[in-house]
Design a protein around this ligand. Structure first.
Ligand code: BGP
Length: 491
């Protein structure tokens, strides 16, 4: 029987751009996500922009590298799924009541920066935007649900991208400080748990998405990462200063990495690839850039410098706890032939013959979650929170409004069992679990609605049809029981 600490934070996770809708309501400005079109498993989401010459272009989000001066925006003839999301903006009371019915202790959501500062550059916040989140937090408080607020979840004001290439420019930090102060002060006492940047390491793969960087070079990517680190450290200091009860965490996309064979080259490469994510924990947990990154910058001719003041800021602004998303593990090979043969795999990695994959090619690996928690604990000894986990699937709603999703239950049960071992066998301080997309929402990677994670089915389809009504899936009742028994009853 699983045993979880009595104050374990069970809950679920969302992001504003994927579920709020109301993209231009009450003075909200457009964010980078609002300029991303819907895609599918086979066709990429596009980012739309206008060139200096006035030509409208759309490029896949994962390979976007637009010319300097491109103006990102919303254009006619494209379908942008963030604009309606699942309409949490209007239905938040109903949704929060459902979370409460499941017994949530914690609800992860993000504040859409552009609801508060429409372009990011204003000096005064937008009162209507602040009021919206006041209402949401009050509603959560009614049920005793603790909000976990991500300050930036792929929601950079697009005006900052259009004006100075987003986080590649240091001036974005000043705008961020105003934003963090405004929300920190306004929600003092209502929000205690904060995350700075969602999947901060995404800046090195998809800098537009993670950091509003459209014009992309190794230098702009490194600069954006540095500025986000400094901004994250500032947020820690600002939020601690506003309320010493505030707890601030980082957030990294994380997974276990295995070498394809015991060939030393494979083993070494697997370790080196792991640094891709560890670098971000290193800076945010220890306050220092690791030597391997400085050497890499040197090799690549990337200019990098931290003033004494900045060095001190990073040291002072380390996070209180570490959080991460975990969906799958991957396999690393140093053998060019194996790498070549693996091309075309959806996630681009080598196939693990011991694991099954989801319909979207994400390899399901509960043991990898235990591996990941141990890696992080051994390296940093800070409390951990798993703030995303789950499996996207193609759920079907039955005529009678029920929805049978045993695969979601199996996935989550197997991962929760490993969390039990993390706590009780490995002795790791794991403080919370908020599975991703606790209510069906728009997929970040494909923009689809039918890649569903939730305990709650939402009647919206990819073609825009549906009335948005909510239905409890089988997993809803299962998770409710898991929470009620504090993880003891997983059947
Ligand atoms: C993470 C993001 C989330 C979320 C999740 C699932 O990368 O932080 O925003 O969407 O992945 O991914 P997807 O929606 O592509 O299935």
């Amino acid at each position: 029987m699983a045993k979880f600490p009595k104050d374990f934070l069970w809950g679920g996770a969302t992001a504003a751009n994927q579920f709020e809708g109301g993209w231009n309501a009450d003075g909200k400005g457009p964010s980078t996500s609002d300029c991303m079109t819907r895609g599918s498993r086979t066709s990429a989401r596009m980012i739309t922009y206008k060139t200096k010459e006035g030509e409208i272009k759309a490029e896949p989000f994962w390979s976007l590298n637009a010319p300097e001066g491109a103006q990102y925006g919303v254009f006619e003839g494209y379908d942008y799924p963030s604009h309606n999301g699942i309409d949490f903006f209007h239905r938040y009371k109903e949704d929060i009541a459902l979370f409460a019915e499941m017994g949530f202790k914690m609800f992860r959501m993000s504040i859409n920066w552009t609801r508060i500062f429409p372009t990011g550059m204003e000096t005064e916040p937008n009162e209507a935007g602040l009021k919206f989140y006041d209402d949401v937090f009050d509603e959560l408080a009614k049920y005793g649900i603790e909000p976990l607020v991500t300050l930036s979840h792929y929601e950079t004001p697009v005006a900052l991208t259009n004006t100075w290439n987003g986080w590649a420019d240091e001036r974005t930090i000043e705008c961020w400080e105003r934003y963090v102060k405004a929300v920190g002060q306004r929600y003092k006492g209502k929000v205690k748990y904060w995350l700075t940047f969602n999947e901060i390491n995404i800046v090195q793969m998809m800098p537009y998405m993670g950091a509003g960087v459209g014009y992309r070079t190794p230098q702009t990517e490194a600069d954006a990462a540095k500025h986000q680190f400094l901004a994250s450290a500032k947020a820690v200091l600002i939020l601690h200063d506003i309320d010493s009860n505030n707890k601030v965490g980082n957030m990294v996309a994380y997974g276990a990495q295995y070498p394809n064979t015991c060939h030393p080259d494979d083993v070494l490469k697997s370790k080196l690839v792991g640094r891709g994510a560890h670098f971000f924990f290193d800076v945010q947990a220890t306050g220092k850039y690791p030597n391997y990154k400085l050497k890499e910058y040197e090799r690549k001719g990337i200019e990098f410098h931290l003033t004494e003041e900045q060095q001190q800021l990073l040291l002072d602004g380390t996070v209180d706890f570490l959080s991460f998303s975990y969906y799958m593990s991957s396999v690393v090979s140093a053998d060019p032939k194996v790498i070549e043969d693996a091309k075309g795999n959806f996630m681009g990695g080598v196939k693990n013959p011991y694991l099954k994959a989801s319909d979207w090619g994400w390899q399901i690996d509960p043991v990898g979650l235990r591996f990941a928690c141990n890696e992080l604990w051994d390296r940093y000894h800070k409390p951990l929170m798993i703030v995303e986990n789950g499996m996207g699937a193609q759920d079907k709603l039955n005529e009678d409004g029920t929805c049978n999703d045993p695969y979601h239950i199996d996935y989550l049960r197997d991962h929760i069992k490993e969390m039990d071992k993390v706590i009780n066998e490995d002795g790791i301080e794991l403080i919370g679990y908020t599975p991703w997309g606790c209510i069906d929402l728009v997929s970040a990677s494909t923009g689809e609605m039918h890649k569903r994670y939730g305990f709650i089915y939402v009647d919206y389809q990819d073609d825009g049809t549906g009335n948005g009504d909510r239905y409890r899936k089988d997993s809803f009742y299962w998770y409710k029981k898991v929470i009620a028994t504090n993880g003891e009853d997983l059947d």
